[in-house]
Ligand binder design. Structure first.
Ligand SMILES: NC(=O)c1ccc[n+]([C@@H]2O[C@H](COP(=O)([O-])OP(=O)(O)OC[C@H]3O[C@@H](n4cnc5c(N)ncnc54)[C@H](OP(=O)(O)O)[C@@H]3O)[C@@H](O)[C@H]2O)c1
Length: 338
């Protein structure tokens, strides 16, 4: 497994990380045994970075990761890095109730996460969305106190603007910004990604397959469960979905010609952007089955030369996606979109 340093202040991570969200929430039913087997297979393959959020099914995802870590060989467990998001408030009906980045809340969230994960420290800790009522300096300052006490090793951010990156980095060293980045979500390239590179902050890119939309496996007539985020995501609706899947068809021609899969091209494209922008970028793949994980890991062996990259960008030009990456109400919470 290739490794890279996640930003000047961050840990050394595997070149691909495993995003565990879909094993508990947001993409319909998941199989618990297969989820744990997928985490074990990832660790076995040398993936060290496991990403979660305390609000993914209200602690379920952290408990799952904790169980997987406990039942993994000690050598794998010791190398694993936990990357945890906090701050999203839930209600008993599963609704979303805003964000809390107050220092006392940060420490409370961390205490519960450590317990659920069954670990003595969290490797990278970050607020999922900026709490607009609390200056980012205070939220980051609270995580810095957790670092001082040894409960957290590194400070991350999620979905923030270039300005917020600078403000946060002035308080304490920041390891990485977690943010959506894919062939069809390239909004960070103008300002956020160059700023991260300038400040020596790494990027953990999520939605690299745009939640399965550009994985090559998403069927045009797929029926989604009622609790599946994609049922409300603008990119998966009606005409938008059909237009986005037309882009995937164009990508498939390139993948077929190279003898690789569509998902592998999409992941390899993100991997290729790190050197281009002088940034350390680690794609977080949302595999929740071993076969999908194996496919994603195969992307590490896909070399895209200048001609391939030009062909990919001609098939899926920047800004070609139909529909926003979140529903309107959730777009409003994205500091990164301001
Ligand atoms: N910071 C944030 O705001 C934020 C937001 C969202 C997610 N995240 C993190 O980022 C992680 C990744 O995000 P994501 O799950 O949206 O990413 P993704 O990798 O773009 O999408 C995962 C989806 O793609 C499908 N897929 C098809 N082929 C795949 C393959 N070979 N490998 C992996 N997935 C494949 C999976 O479908 P099937 O399971 O149906 O096969 C799954 O539903 C999450 O798990 C979470 O930890 C962070």
């Amino acid at each position: 497994m290739r490794t890279l340093k996640l930003g000047a202040a961050g840990p050394v991570s595997s070149a691909l990380g495993l995003g565990c969200m879909g094993m508990s929430a947001l993409y319909g039913e998941a199989d618990r045994d297969e989820s744990i087997a997928t985490i074990h297979a990832a660790l076995d393959a040398g993936v060290t970075l496991l990403d979660t959020g305390d609000f993914y099914a209200m602690g379920h995802n952290e408990l799952l990761i904790g169980e997987a870590l406990r039942s993994a060989p000690a050598a794998h467990r010791e190398k694993a890095l936990t990357s945890v998001k906090f701050g999203a408030l839930r209600d008993p009906d599963g609704g979303w109730a805003g964000y809390d980045g107050r220092p006392a809340a940060v420490k409370n969230f961390a205490a519960y996460s450590l317990q659920r994960l069954g670990v003595d420290h969290i490797d990278v800790y970050r607020i999922a969305r900026v709490d607009e009522t609390v200056p980012i300096e205070e939220t980051v300052g609270a995580i810095a106190e957790l670092v001082e006490k040894g409960h957290v090793r590194h400070i991350g951010l999620s979905e923030v603007s270039a300005e917020t990156l600078r403000r946060a980095a002035a308080v304490a060293p920041i390891s990485d910004l977690q943010i959506e980045y894919s062939l069809i979500s390239r909004g960070i390239e103008d300002e956020i990604l160059p700023t991260a590179a300038e400040l020596g902050i790494g990027v953990t890119a999520y939605g690299v397959l745009s939640r399965g939309l550009i994985s090559g496996h998403f069927e045009r007539d797929r029926k989604l469960a009622a609790n599946d985020f994609r049922g409300v995501s603008p990119r998966f609706q009606g005409e938008n979905l059909q237009r986005n899947l037309d882009l995937v068809d164009a990508l498939r021609k390139i993948a077929d010609a190279k003898g690789v899969s569509v998902a592998q091209i999409a992941i390899a494209w993100v991997l290729a952007q790190g050197p281009r922008f002088g940034a350390s970028i680690v794609p977080l793949v949302g595999a929740r089955r071993r076969d999908r994980l194996a496919e994603a890991l195969g992307a590490l062996d896909v070399r895209l030369d200048a001609g391939d990259l030009a062909a990919v960008e001609e098939a899926v030009p920047a800004g070609a996606a139909a529909g926003d990456r979140y529903p309107e109400a959730q777009m409003a919470h994205l500091d990164s979109e301001r």
